[in-house]
Design a binder for this molecule. Structure first.
Ligand SMILES: Nc1ncnc2c1ncn2[C@@H]1O[C@H](COP(=O)(O)OP(=O)(O)OP(=O)(O)O)[C@@H](O)[C@H]1O
Length: 577
């Protein structure tokens, strides 16, 4: 673990870590020396001249106090190296996250990263101080004392040494077993957490389904599995603790037996035997303090393994010098892509979205419309063919330059815990207030702000949850207007919007149309009709037809069907209203 922490650390954190390790080693040696001095002390006390004990007592006080002082300083270094390591780990994880393709971040991975950066990093960075030190003390002090005892009496020393090694081996085996069970229990905890979340967020469906629904059963089963896994960990932990105590105290009995035997035999004098007995009791006490820290070490190791996995996750290749796009046109040439390479979502897709024009993408659910948008923004890379912006392959443009060309207005708009104003400014962080207010007006966010107590300075956000879906989308359009990128990717909401939102979003769209290359995953008939070019996906990975509304109505049967169905739904909605 130290090796991995050292590799992650920067120069400052490395210095502190090395100082911490050196000081901890010195503290351990000083503690051991203090204990070993018990031998001359007891011998002096039982000698003809007990005053001979005074210099030994002075030495014990010296090494003892020195051990305490060094230990305190090493704790400070441990804390400092922990703090520097937390910063560094966040930096390393942050840098890596920025380089990973956006397509990498699915729900499960986001959950894992959140646990990693909160609890995991703090655990691992402080592991040397909080968990390794007590374990090192619990193992090193008894072993060093045993080596010193070998010099005084090889038989007793050997018994202590072998006993110490047995204790360490049992400790490692118990920890390994417990670690494996804990891993399983963590998985069960996560699964149960996911089922409970699902159960909570799907309450309307769950209640409608009545008692003993699928969701209820899934939660019950997951919680039962979680309880069983936790019980297995607890029972392994208790059994391990008992085994460890058995070996530690068994070792003590063996050492005492050897001591008695050596004394009766005349190989050891009484005072030395008493001193060695004291040492054995103290060594057992030290050893018994190690086991409980195993769990912290396991958690820290798991965090470091997660960081390793993150560091080895495949990133998108970036060009040394990004090429410059000729214009804001987008072209797909024979593109094949699948989230799992053996299951292509798009298969040989080709179309062009001309610079400055509006292109609508339509197709059945799951036909790959959002995937097309993700490929244009280079959240993921194609497996075959190419996606070009202004004649340049996005792989030669690089992720940063591609994103600079593209504004994304998706359905799942994320609002940060901040004011409406700052949430819009995210589109271009250096925009001034006047610019933010201008786009807020153009995107229809001012109408929302007028109803809020502090206008644009009202705090909104995920936990605030104050804005409706349509209102959120208007914020997203305002961000896009502020960013002013030449290409706008818009995923229209599938959900029905209130009349005001609908009108304002159409207004925002009109703002963008004509000035930008607009690529819209279109669900609304008005948007589709407005588009100069419509790409119709066939739902089997390919493109069925490309053209304008009138041409497609006449030439593409599936587009005509799609249009009739949608118009029918619209009529039905109007009738129902
Ligand atoms: N991150 C992902 N990992 C694995 N499969 C995915 C992922 N995202 C989408 N898919 C799958 O890829 C296919 C195309 O999805 P996509 O979201 O592009 O379709 P869509 O046409 O936009 O659908 P909709 O109209 O329902 O939003 C679907 O089968 C979907 O399940």
């Amino acid at each position: 673990m130290i090796r991995r922490l050292y590799d992650i650390a920067d120069a400052a954190a490395r210095r502190r870590l090395v100082a911490y390790l050196a000081l901890t080693a010195i503290a351990i040696l000083l503690v051991s020396a203090t204990l070993v001095l018990v031998i001359p002390l007891v011998r002096a006390l039982f000698s003809a001249d007990p005053t001979a004990a005074v210099p030994v007592i002075v030495a014990i006080a010296g090494t003892g106090l020195a051990a305490l002082a060094v230990d305190m300083v090493s704790t400070v270094y441990g804390e400092r190296s922990g703090a520097a390591l937390i910063l560094r780990m966040h930096e390393v994880i942050g840098e890596r996250i920025m380089r990973l393709p956006i397509g990498w971040f699915d729900g499960e991975r986001i959950g894992a990263i959140s646990t990693l950066t909160s609890r995991g990093v703090a655990f691992a960075a402080n592991a040397p101080n909080s968990f390794l030190r007590p374990v090192w003390q619990a193992t090193a002090v008894p072993l060093i004392v045993a080596v010193a005892v070998v010099v005084v009496d090889p038989a007793v020393g050997a018994a202590m040494l072998l006993g110490g090694i047995a204790v360490v081996l049992v400790w490692s085996a118990v920890r390994r077993r417990e670690g494996l069970l804990r891993l399983r229990s963590d998985e069960m905890n996560e699964a149960a957490g996911a089922r409970v979340l699902e159960f909570a967020s799907a309450q309307p469906a769950v209640r409608a389904a009545g008692p003993d629904s699928l969701a209820e059963r899934a939660v019950r089963e997951a919680v039962a599995a979680q309880r069983a896994a936790t019980e297995r960990v607890l029972s392994a932990s208790n059994r391990g603790m008992a085994l460890y105590d058995l070996v530690a105290y068994g070792t003590m009995l063996v050492v005492v037996g050897v001591l008695v035997w050596r004394t009766v035999q005349g190989g050891l004098d009484g005072p030395t035997a008493v001193a060695l007995l004291i040492l054995q009791v103290v060594a057992t006490w030290f050893a018994s303090h190690g086991l409980p820290f195993g769990e912290g070490i396991d958690t820290s190791n798991r965090t470091l393994a997660q960081i390793d996995r993150l560091m080895t996750a495949e990133v998108l290749p970036e060009p040394d010098t990004p090429a410059a796009p000729r214009d804001a046109g987008v072209a797909f040439a024979d593109v094949t892509f699948g989230y799992l390479p053996e299951q292509p979502v798009l298969n040989g897709v080709s179309f062009e979205a001309p610079s400055g024009g509006m292109t609508a993408i339509v197709g059945p659910s799951g036909s790959g419309k959002s995937t097309i948008a993700r490929l244009i923004a280079r959240f993921v890379d194609v497996q075959a063919g190419s996606v070009r912006i202004g004649g340049v392959d996005v792989r030669e443009l690089g992720t940063r330059a591609t994103l600079a060309q593209v504004s994304v207005v998706f359905q799942d708009v994320y609002l940060f815990e901040d004011t409406l104003r700052e949430n819009i400014r995210l589109g271009r962080p250096d925009a001034d207030d006047a610019e933010v207010e201008e786009v807020a007006r153009r995107a229809g966010v001012s109408e929302i702000a007028d109803r809020l107590p502090d206008g644009l300075d009202t705090r909104v956000g995920e936990s605030g949850g104050t804005l409706s879906g349509g209102e959120r989308q208007r914020v997203s359009i305002a961000r896009a207007l502020l960013k002013d990128a030449p290409i706008v990717l818009l995923d229209e909401a599938t959900a029905a919007l209130d009349v005001e939102s609908e009108a304002l979003i159409q207004r925002g769209l009109a703002e963008l149309a004509g000035r930008k290359t607009l690529i819209v995953i279109a669900h609304r008939l008005q948007t589709i009709r407005q588009a100069e070019r419509i790409v119709v996906l066939d739902g089997r990975g390919g493109v069925e037809a490309v053209g304008d509304h009138a041409t497609l109505l006449a030439t593409s049967p599936s587009y005509a069907r799609f249009w009739t169905e949608r118009s029918g739904t619209l009529d039905w909605r109007i009738d129902a209203g």
